[in-house]
Write a new protein. Sequence first.
Length: 413
Amino acid sequence: MSYNVHNPDQYMASFRPLIAQGRKRIGFLVGAGAPSGIFLPGTKESLIPAVAGLTTAVLSALDKQYESVLKNLKNDIPAMNIETLLSQVRSLASVIGKTPVHGLDSVGYKKLGEEICKEIGTIVDKRLPAGPSPYTDLVSWISGSSREHAVEIFTTNYDLLFEEAFERAGIPFYDGFSGSREPFFDPSSIASDDLPPRWTRIWKLHGSLGWSANNLGEVIRSGGSNSTHLVFPEHLKYERTQKAPYSSLFDRLRTFLRTPDTLLITTGFSFSDAHISAVLGECLAANPSANVFAFQFKPLDEEVCAVDIASRRGNMSVYSPDKAMINGVEAPWRPGDLPTRDWESIRSTYWSNAGQNGSHFTLGSFSQLARFFASSRSAQGSTVENVIPFAKPVVTTAQASSEVAAIAAGAQD
């Protein structure tokens, strides 16, 4: 009985020179899973926790003051996390008026919501550790080639880790703000995109630490670490992203994906954000020449939201540790013969035979992905011409073969 498999060597042998040459229009979509995979020196503590860790940290910080209220809210909310908690708190603040619920009225819940947001801001306000990191690896890759198009980083994270990595390296970037004393947001500069390609764009889709409002209510960049203008994870997220400056940033994401021959790399992003996922699905349908490569940390069966889009959009591929969905074909990984005679060391940058889960694809980890990008500029095995004929997998799908051909063609354009 025959079955489909995906050979990671085939895809990476074509993907690696594509990202090394500096001619492709490439963007990144970076989610909360990226910094959560970085650990403080000598510990197993994440630099910035993901949703589960963030929930624990916020509840711990507020437990003394709001112990009874939080206990009752836990009983009211199935599988409570920071997103569902904040959604419930904001809902209660908007509807109950002076009628107490669990001991707080509308004003009390408004204050609780503000305290939750303040704690989130405190938790994500972290400095990049000294020495190499995935952020410095990615900056090294960005700055290491002369580029025809600027690299664009779209992120839902509030932290300033990317900004710090660029500043340490002395590499210019632009985030949509201009000015000195009170940098103001300039939507026209995002739409026109006239800066040189060497300026990386950093687009903070849900806001950033250091954003605040001036006396006219306009968003400015204060240079501090205040957290007053963040789109926090709760039920009003979609509504808030329709207002300035967030609407301009989402428009930029649409523009990027509707540009011919673009590639968006996602890392640390779960695709559970309905607004962003809707934009991706819409743009991929409208622009068949755009591609999204989603590098996911969990097994494919657990990446339900990403797989849902990829099953409907052939130009989105999902790469998980155990399987991949490529051009709508779901299949397990199975390496074949080495694409080049010196490929063994390169294979180790995306494939592991160790660990409790056995052999698996490793680029779902932000750290591994950033290192893969940084090492792509090495001379070893960096050209398509060096690739020797592939061994035939158990079954070669036409879809998988077409994507390899498309990637290779893009590398040679």
